[in-house]
Design a binder for this molecule. Sequence first.
Ligand SMILES: [Zn+2]
Ligand SMILES: [Zn+2]
Length: 249
Amino acid sequence: MGLLDFTDEFKEVLDRWDKKVEAPSPENRKKARLRVYKNPIVEHVFATSHPILPGVWFAGFIGYGAWLAVTGPRGPLVGLPIYLAGVLAFSLLEYSLHRWVFHFDPGDSDFGKTMLFLLHGYHHQFPNDKWRLVAPPLLSWPIAAIVFALYSALLPMDIVWVLFGGTTLGYLLYDWIHYYTHHFRSPRTRIGKLLRRAHAVHHYRLFHLNMGISSPLWDLVFGTFAWSDETVKEAMAETRRVEAGQAGT
Ligand SMILES: [Zn+2]
Ligand SMILES: [Zn+2]
C-alpha cells in the first residue's frame, strides 16, 4: 500500500467530478464526508484536522510575535504596526490563494484535476465536512514554512518573528471564521450574518466572487464583492437544502 493511496470511495467521487469548483452534485448532497487516504496516519493526522488544532500548532508563533512586538528592541510603536501588517498580509494571501490558486482551471490534466479536488473542489462538494474545513497540516505547514522562509530572506530576524506572528494570527482568524460561516448556522451579530451570507453566495451562486472569507476587504479592493438581496436569499435557501441533505451522514 502506497502512503498516499486513495480509497475506492474517493476515487469514484473524483472520477464523477466535473472539475467545477461550484455547488455539490446531486449524488454528493446525500453524504457529509469521504475518507480520502487508505493509510490511517496520513488520513487522520496529516490530511484532516479537528478545528481547534490550528490554534494549538500556531499559538506559540502568535504569542511570541505579539510579545516581541510589545517588548522588542524597536518598541511597541513600531512592533504593533508590523504585527498588524502581518495580519493584513495573511488576509491578502487568503484572498489570492482562493481566487488564483484554489479555483484554477486544470485543463485536461488528471494530476491537475486531482490537485484541484484535494485543494478546494472537495470543500465545495462537501462543505459541511467538519474534519476537512480548517486546513490540515499537509496544507498549512508547507505554506507557513514558505512564508517564514520568504520573510527571513528579506528582513531582519526580530521583524520576521513579529510579522510572522501577525501572519499566523491572520491565518487562525481566517480558519476559525471559515469554520464559523459553515457551522454556526444562526449568527446573531451583523458581522456574523454578513460573513456567513457572503460566503454562501460564493458556495452556491457566484462561485468566482466573494473570495475573501475572513472579511470582504480585498473583494472590495479588487471589485469581486457580490451582494444583492435576491442572490443572498437564493444562496441561503440552497445552503439550508445542502445542509439538510448532508446532515447526520
Ligand atoms: Zn471557493
Ligand atoms: Zn467554505
